[in-house]
Design a protein around this ligand. Sequence first.
Ligand SMILES: Nc1ncnc2c1ncn2[C@@H]1O[C@H](COP(=O)(O)OP(=O)(O)OP(=O)(O)O)[C@@H](O)[C@H]1O
Ligand SMILES: [Mg+2]
Length: 240
Amino acid sequence: MRKLLVMSNKGGVGKTTVAVNLSLLLSEENPTGLLDIDLHGPDAPRLLGLQKTEIKTQKHKLVPVKFNPNLYVMSLDFLIDKNRAVMWRGPLKTKAIQQLINDVLWPELDFLVIDLPPGTGDELITIMQMMRNSGSIIVSTSQAVSVEDAKRVINMSRSFDIPIIGLIENMSGEIFGSGKVEELAEKENIAFLGRLSLDKTVSNSLETGKPFILNKGTKSAKEFENITKNIKKMIKGAMD
Ligand SMILES: Nc1ncnc2c1ncn2[C@@H]1O[C@H](COP(=O)(O)OP(=O)(O)OP(=O)(O)O)[C@@H](O)[C@H]1O
Ligand SMILES: [Mg+2]
């Protein structure tokens, strides 16, 4: 099984969007899991319209939710009381992370896509220490602040010996610009996986609970299909 960590240092650049749509596309050909470990905003289920799902346990392990015959989902969102604000303190936080990483009854999978919280702090360090044998996919916009943050995640990934599959430029276009992520990839000698434009079809998914990738033929879907194709190609070189 290939574990793919979707990362960025800056918040709100599109990790969850990438993780959800990537797992869906991969599941068209391979058994795939989606694991959402964002303790502060576990919102992958919302993008799939799964936010009210109750989950079962089996022999003290968590049973993932089957989204389609080839895609299984586990999220912290399934484990928490929806009406309460979550305030995780250190040890509890680590325990929740450990449970999500170790105690899920995944079926045989080819890919496990992992949606991570933003930042490079303690939480991320805990996760990365437990996630050896994975590869990272780094998401950034073309804005200078985001590119700077992406650089820190590159360094972090390297310091944990997690191979970098490549960089994605999200929200490309007039507002946040375009081109800086590819420049960074070249400078750092990392693969550039492609661009996803800033587009309403992408942001609408959050409202409708229908991932944009399912609207085949749209510009956004085509851009993301290209990114996924590149990820599959690069996994071989980066992770073998
Ligand atoms: N290419 C895009 N075009 C338009 N809207 C986008 C695009 N990518 C992401 N968004 C929107 O931007 C917001 C943030 O995206 P997302 O939740 O995927 O980011 P994130 O990095 O996971 O955030 P966080 O750090 O809070 O976990 C969402 O409302 C999402 O719909
Ligand atoms: Mg997110």
